[in-house]
Design a protein around this ligand. Structure first.
Ligand SMILES: [Zn+2]
Length: 390
């Protein structure tokens, strides 16, 4: 594979679901990497093909299992984000339970349901055979320019895994999205990481995603050392070099939802992580100008026709607070939050709080965030927040 070719040109024409599987001699974790869950993001698959080509030539994996799988095969064939529904928004528990119980109505199924079933089969097979913990890395690219970054569903295990990668990590995106692939498996006990490698058709994105896979293998101690020391050093350097100008940790504060008839158009020239001031015009739609509510950084500006996220805004989150919140969670302070006035545990789930904002108005949302709770929905004066099981 040559670094100068665009990701599209490197694509194999007849691709199967499994890109590669390597089983080390010794027990260890199972690392599952998925590429192209969005069909117009071929770089993830190309990066996996490169890694497996090197693993085929040399016996580099000593511990655990690496499995590489392809995401939305039907959409990849058409170079579209999705065919009928976004494959990264339909992993809801109800939908998956109906696959498991076999009571799906095939006349109601869309293209992506078949993709979900096939992916689920591979992952559950790998889980049944694992000789250690399960790790899931979801490889993506973006329509706008962007440095690489990790997306973390905020549990301590996810965080400590993500912080081993020398790229900015972003918390709180999942608060704004439902039915993502990683959310589903996170709730089933997998350690998960979303990884964005840069722009869709930039050859560098493949290099950065490939570096991410090598870093994952290294962080999980799956590689035969010292054969891989140089390879890992190169991967680390590649990621840290492009990440240096950016903050280490950020938190998503706002998502601009796009509906098909909004006439949404991002103003030209925005890149991921670009700083904006309160009042800056970011985009236009039928209602007129869309502006930033506060000084912040732009994330995932939408420069393609498919997709329901116009842009996100985020702010730096001091690594000091990462340490504080980890300490508070180890102290299990989260388990006494429902003692506070206006805060009650949901009868439906031990991980859900029901907060009366009239009584608990003095409690900043940030306190709940620090303790691992994420906003689920607002219902009048009532705020529902859920914590991921640690
Ligand atoms: Zn994507």
């Amino acid at each position: 594979m040559h670094g100068t070719a665009t990701p599209q040109l490197e694509m194999t024409h007849h691709m199967g679901r499994v890109i590669g599987r390597v089983v080390g001699d010794n027990a260890g974790p199972t690392l599952i990497c998925i590429g192209s869950i969005h069909g117009n993001e071929p770089a993830g698959i190309t990066a996996l093909q490169r890694v497996f080509a090197q693993l085929d030539n040399e016996q580099l994996i000593s511990h655990g299992t690496l499995l590489g799988i392809a995401g939305n095969l039907a959409a990849i064939a058409q170079n579209r984000r999705y065919v009928d529904e976004d494959l990264n928004r339909i992993w809801t528990k109800d939908r998956i339970d109906s696959f498991h119980s076999g009571d799906t109505d095939s006349s109601q199924q869309v293209t992506e349901d078949l993709e979900v079933e096939a992916i689920l089969r591979e992952i559950e097979q790998a889980a049944a055979e694992t000789r250690g913990d399960l790790f899931l890395v979801d490889l993506h690219t973006t329509s706008g320019r962007s440095p690489p970054f990790g997306l973390v569903a905020d549990t301590l295990r996810n965080r400590s895994f993500a912080l081993r990668f020398p790229v900015p990590i972003i918390l709180g995106l999942e608060e704004h999205l439902d039915g993502t692939f990683l959310e589903y498996f996170n709730n089933r006990g997998y350690v998960t990481l979303g990884f964005e490698g840069g722009q869709h058709d930039d050859a560098t994105s493949v290099d950065l995603l490939e570096s991410c896979i090598w870093m994952g293998l290294s962080v999980l101690n799956m590689l035969r050392n010292p054969d891989c020391a140089l390879r890992i050093q190169l991967a680390r350097n590649k990621l840290s070099e492009v990440s240096r100008p950016f903050p280490r940790a950020l938190e998503v504060r706002y998502r601009h939802q796009v509906d098909p008839d909004d006439g949404f158009a991002m103003d030209p020239g925005f890149a991921g992580f670009q700083m904006v001031r309160a009042g800056n015009v970011l985009a236009h739609d039928r209602s007129g100008k869309l502006t930033a509510a506060e000084d912040s950084r732009v994330l995932l500006p939408l420069y393609q026709s498919q997709g329901a996220d116009g842009y996100f805004l985020m702010r730096e989150f001091s690594t000091f607070w990462l340490t504080v919140s980890a300490t508070l969670r180890y102290m299990r302070l989260d388990s006494v939050l429902h003692w506070l006035p206006g805060v009650a545990r949901s009868p439906d789930s031990p991980h859900t709080l029901v907060i009366n904002r009239r009584v608990a108005r003095w409690l900043a949302l940030q306190v709940f965030h620090l303790l691992g709770y994420r906003r689920r929905r607002m219902d009048g004066e009532t705020l529902i927040m859920t914590r991921r099981p640690e």
